[in-house]
Design a protein around this ligand. Structure first.
Ligand SMILES: O[C@H]1[C@H](O)[C@@H](O)[C@H](O)[C@@H](O)[C@H]1O
Ligand SMILES: [Fe+2]
Ligand SMILES: [Fe+2]
Length: 315
């Protein structure tokens, strides 16, 4: 069954971008995001990030830009098919810790993300900011609120008790390995030093994959997305498929923002991608210096965790 929903779009109004709605066809439900009108509760996406710059500007010249570029240089050299296979096997064991979702949210306070030009707030604030923003526009989609809350929890793999992976194996945008690295990938030039770049089995458009094979059959560069998807799935989360898809591919900017790699998607991916487009706005544009009162919103999110997850999970 295909039902249409409305998707908020941006329209620039002074320093803010206002929501505007656009028809969007999705399976499984009808909903209308709240429209932003002056003074109401809908989410307004800022035009500038907390540092007064454009969001996701990877070329602006400043100190942060240099460290972010260095991050991508190392990431692009090291994310190979072999590396991803090793990581999937290692983290698939889920033998690092047993803990609840909320415990993990709190652990994220110790994680710094070196890849992000738009954020230097504690990660728990980013989780709550994105969840509260999407909740404003989609008040009845509780699974979407919870998806936002947990989408970055996989970043714990950089902490010593979770294997202490380097930043390049934890954060940053993701991309498929085993086929050509698309030029839309941030700082693409550094792939020249990646051994897979020169491997004829891996450097063609389809590489080791076939057209329409479905993203589930594609190996993505290793990081917090794939890890958190694995944790949710293996622990029997009842989050809808779109929520699991958002978690798994939210850093896949080459697909959801640049529109590349679509030839690898199947029909289910195409449906789910519509939800990822909805989600991305709140993930990116909710990053701000205005903190959410953790204690105030905690009971609501605890009730969602209880609804969609077991009390304790294997990580
Ligand atoms: O720097 C950011 C950050 O690490 C996000 O969590 C990730 O999802 C983005 O794709 C990445 O570019
Ligand atoms: Fe992320
Ligand atoms: Fe995020």
């Amino acid at each position: 069954m295909t039902i249409s929903i409305e998707k908020p779009m941006f329209e620039e109004v002074s320093t803010f971008k206002k929501n505007k709605t656009e028809e969007l066809e999705l399976d499984g439900g009808f909903l209308t995001p709240k429209m932003a009108t002056d003074g109401d509760e809908a989410f307004l996406a800022p035009e500038m990030n907390a540092f007064g710059r454009q969001f996701r500007d990877y070329d602006a010249e400043n100190e942060r830009q240099k460290s972010v570029e260095e991050f991508y240089r190392v990431q692009h050299i090291n994310q190979t098919v072999d590396f991803v296979k090793k990581m999937r096997a290692e983290y698939g064991k889920l033998d690092k810790k047993v803990m609840s979702i909320w415990e993990c949210c709190e652990l994220l306070n110790d994680v710094v993300d070196e890849s992000d030009p738009d954020l230097d707030e504690p990660q728990i604030q980013h989780l709550l900011q994105s969840a509260e923003a999407i909740r404003k526009d989609y008040p009845n989609e509780d699974w979407l609120h919870l998806t936002a809350l947990i989408h970055d929890l996989g970043k714990v793999i950089t902490l010593p008790q979770f294997g202490g992976l380097p930043q390049w194996a934890t954060v940053g945008d993701t991309f498929p390995v085993g086929c050509a690295f698309d030029e839309s990938i941030v700082h693409h030039k550094y792939f020249l030093e990646n051994p897979d770049f020169h491997n004829p089995a891996y450097n063609t458009k389809n590489g080791i994959y076939t057209e329409g094979c479905g993203l589930n059959n594609v190996m993505m560069s290793w990081g917090h997305d794939d890890y958190m998807y694995l944790v949710a799935k293996e622990n029997g989360s009842t989050l809808p498929s779109a929520g699991q898809f958002i978690i798994r591919y939210h850093s896949f900017y080459p697909l959801h923002t640049a529109g590349e790699y679509k030839h690898l998607m199947n029909e289910e991916d195409k449906e789910n991608l519509k939800w990822l487009h909805v989600f991305n706005k709140y993930d990116l544009y909710s990053k701000s210096k205005v903190h959410v009162d953790v204690e105030k919103v905690k009971p609501y999110y605890m009730s969602l965790i209880q609804k969609y997850f077991p009390e304790n999970l294997r990580w």
